[in-house]
Design a binder for this molecule. Structure first.
Ligand SMILES: CCCCCCCC/C=C\C/C=C/C(=O)SCCNC(=O)CCNC(=O)[C@H](O)C(C)(C)COP(=O)(O)OP(=O)(O)OC[C@H]1O[C@@H](n2cnc3c(N)ncnc32)[C@H](O)[C@@H]1OP(=O)(O)O
Length: 719
């Protein structure tokens, strides 16, 4: 709702009240319409201030309403009535003015913001556009180039930037409502014609056609099939080329297409999934609501390779004191230089001072003595990690949390090597750790809920999408990825090329297909893991046994490519060829194609024609099937956990909502039928056998994704 009061005798004060973010629900919209009418009809009121309760102006339209029937007064006429008012309307912006919240403020005649306020039109991140006039008013107010930037990216700006861009009229360090009331009194009775943004001509840059072409080229390149960024450019172009009313019609038309698209539903699901993963739980029932995190003021990072350096930067940027430890002098010096330049670059981007003085460097592990939390990021070798954990247990003060950044090793085995296994958790960062948004917090059998709560809270402070998951080989992300990569290898054996497989996956929306990605991250990483697991064997064995491990189909193709010294971009050769080592432009490689032909001939494999549909089904459904197994095993608590991991850590396109959401949109019966089909065709690939949970969900009528937890709970209670 919205509360109406009078301030300083002559100012009508409308306070939006819908905690926590004052979203514009039907009830709030009705209350705004009603209170504006009261204020405008009260002869004593000379001007009006609109503000939000609890230091938060407005987080925009109520996203929860988008899935259902829209009731209550629509936003557009509500904002038009505010703009048309014959008394000055002033928005007092504290906290967030986002989406419909900023559009409401743009309908006002003046905007006063607190210095800590954040403003933006992030609708594009929800698969929408600012369709309450935002796409038409913002370019008229601040010009086309800046409006295009904000609307197509959803970038949120500070009050200082908003002032510079001309979005707000004044910024205050003091009480914003008081400042707005004072301001409202000062402009009472002044003419308002020049304050109604919808009447402004849209400033049109001389080269506007080229500008829009370039903007379109840019969004199409990065949108990877997402419709909203493209529609945003079209809407701003309408603002620049059409009269306001016709621009509004275009905005409405574009919004109608987006609103009913599956993409908007998927992105809004991701928005809520990101929040749902914060309400984590462990199989014991302990969780976010029952576990209090320990304070962490000082942390240590052990091992300053690529991961350790990124983690050090991420921790320091969060405001923690960090001790960065590396035993080798040369590596320590190199790491110090690299960390310093990463911090300087980051600070320059944010316009802040680099957090260099928060970091101390040491070669001595005893420097961990006074830290609250350690993140170990040494080489992926169990014996080495066990030794590090033994030393940490000896030198850390009691209660220090011991975290490992392993991406593959057993967290329980590490915990068993310490006297306090309850203090051990995995914190699996993704490279580069100061950039990538995902963090898997891995709890072992003995990890205490408090340890998990502490790691989760630290992840949140670092701005990571942090997901609590159980301990198993590969945790959630890499466990699922193995099957996706494996199918891609099998497809090569059966007749596909890296270009075909990557093309299909990139058309689906991944930034890179499996082979281009593998070239970027280095083929040797997977090879090392397969060698350690005894799968990759040196030299090529002949006959069928070369392609069987433990009774299941295995493709040694990746191992053979590695044996040629082809490790991807860094060696200038991998699944593709590059101009030189380190170069990034992948070119088709005739060597690889003839290698595949010879390989097939040696193994008696006859290449068949494979289409993009099969590539997608084999790779994606194998991955999804493993996702169901992970839910069945209780390694992830719900589909949202898996989807957040894939969207934020593995390049799964957000407009497809994550693998589990995607499966629900394809239809679980279809996913089941296709898995059965492929399993029948490839009986030597047991991973393609549909998982019991998938069968059970289909048998129970394929409930929507938000109801899967009920089925999973029932399943677990029966075990
Ligand atoms: C056929 C055509 C039909 C056309 C119909 C057209 C109608 C629409 C017309 C105009 C377009 C306008 C569109 C919009 O405004 S879309 C919304 C744009 N706003 C946003 O994207 C902001 C989303 N929110 C945030 O980014 C953050 O929540 C925050 C920065 C505001 C606050 O962050 P933080 O303090 O970290 O809190 P949380 O994120 O954890 O959120 C707390 C709580 O609040 C819920 N919530 C937040 N924003 C909204 C919202 N806009 N609507 C509903 N609920 C919201 C959030 O989900 C959390 O709750 P929880 O999930 O239960 O934990």
């Amino acid at each position: 709702m919205a509360q109406y009061t009078r301030a300083s005798g002559f100012v009508g004060l409308i306070t939006l009240q819908n905690p926590p973010v004052n979203a514009l629900s039907a009830v709030v919209r009705q209350a705004i319409v009603d209170t504006v009418k009261i204020a405008l009809s009260d002869p004593k009121v000379k001007s009006v201030v609109i503000c939000g309760q609890n230091g938060n102006f407005c987080g925009g339209a109520d996203i929860k309403e988008f899935g259902g029937e829209m009731t209550g007064p629509p936003l557009i006429p509500m904002i038009h009535a505010i703009e048309a008012a014959n008394k000055p309307m002033v928005a007092a912006i504290e906290g967030n003015a986002l989406g419909g919240g900023l559009e409401l403020a743009l309908g006002c005649h003046y905007r006063i913001a607190h210095s800590k306020a954040r403003l933006g039109l992030p609708e594009v991140t929800l698969g929408l556009l600012p369709a309450a006039g935002g796409s038409q008013r913002l370019p008229r107010l601040i010009g086309v180039p800046d409006a295009l930037d904000l609307i197509t990216t959803g970038r949120i700006v500070t009050a200082a930037e908003a002032l510079r861009l001309g979005i707000v009229d004044q910024v205050t360090e003091h009480n914003t409502v008081d400042a707005a009331v004072k301001f409202a009194l000062s402009v009472a009775g002044q003419p308002l014609d020049a304050r109604r943004i919808s009447t402004f001509p849209c400033p049109r840059p001389p080269d506007s056609d080229a500008l829009f072409e370039e903007a379109m080229r840019k969004v199409r390149g990065s949108a990877r099939g997402a419709m909203a960024p493209v529609a945003c450019v079209q809407a701003v172009r309408a603002a620049a080329t059409l009269p306001y009313e016709r621009g509004m019609e275009r905005e409405k038309e574009l919004m109608a297409t987006l609103f009913t698209s599956g993409q908007a539903r998927a992105l809004q699901y991701v928005f809520f999934a990101q929040r749902a993963v914060g309400r984590w739980s462990m199989p014991s029932g302990a969780g976010w609501d029952t576990s209090k995190p320990r304070p962490v003021n000082k942390a240590a990072v052990i091992g300053l390779g690529t991961m350790g350096r990124g983690i050090t930067v991420a921790l320091a940027q969060t405001g923690l004191s960090v001790v960065a430890i590396e035993t080798q002098e040369k590596q320590l010096m190199e790491a110090k230089q690299a960390v310093t330049s990463m911090l300087e670059r980051g600070a320059k981007r944010r316009g802040a001072a680099p957090a260099l003085d928060r970091i101390s460097y040491s070669r001595n592990i005893q420097a961990v003595a006074d830290v609250d939390l350690v993140i170990e990021a040494v080489f992926e070798d169990m014996a080495l990690k066990l030794e590090v954990f033994r030393q940490l247990s000896a030198f850390c003060k009691p209660g220090t949390l011991l975290c490992t950044n392993t991406s593959a090793l057993d967290v329980d085995e590490l915990a068993r090597g310490t006297p306090n296994p309850e203090l051990v958790v995995g914190m699996h960062f993704f490279a580069p750790a100061h950039v990538m948004k995902l963090l898997e917090v891995v709890y072992g059998k003995r990890s205490s809920p408090q340890a998990v709560a502490t790691a989760m809270q630290l992840g949140k402070k670092m701005g990571k999408a942090s997901v609590a998951v159980g301990n198993c080989r590969g945790f959630v992300g890499n466990r699922m990825l193995r099957l996706y990569v494996e199918q891609a290898f099998f497809l090569l054996e059966e007749g596909a090329t890296p270009e075909l497989v990557d093309g299909a996956l990139e058309e689906f929306g991944f930034p890179m297909g499996v082979f281009r990605m593998s070239d970027l991250s280095g083929l040797d990483v997977g090879w090392r893991t397969r060698k350690a697991a005894g799968q990759a064997q040196p030299g090529e064995a002949s006959g069928q046994s070369a392609r069987i491990r433990n009774g299941s189909r295995y493709s040694p193709i990746g191992d053979l490519v590695c044996e040629q010294g082809r490790f991807g971009q860094k060696t200038g050769r991998g699944w593709y060829q590059y101009d030189k080592p380190g170069s990034r432009v992948a070119r088709s490689d005739p060597w690889l194609h003839s290698f595949l032909e010879q390989y097939r001939a040696r193994h008696g494999l006859v290449a068949r024609s494979i289409d993009r549909q099969e590539v997608l089904e084999r790779c994606l459904y194998a991955l999804v099937n493993e996702g169901f197994r992970i839910l069945e095993d209780g390694i992830a608590a719900g589909p949202e956990d898996i989807d957040v991991i894939y969207v934020f850590g593995y390049g799964w396109p957000g407009h497809r909502g994550g693998p589990m959401f995607y499966a629900s949109t394809v239809g679980l019966p279809k996913v089941l039928e296709r898995l059965e089909h492929y399993h029948q065709a490839h009986p030597d690939v047991p991973d393609l056998q549909p998982c019991g949970l998938l069968r059970r969900l289909v048998a129970s009528g394929s409930p929507p994704v938000h109801r899967w937890r009920e089925v999973i709970k029932k399943l677990h209670s029966q075990l």
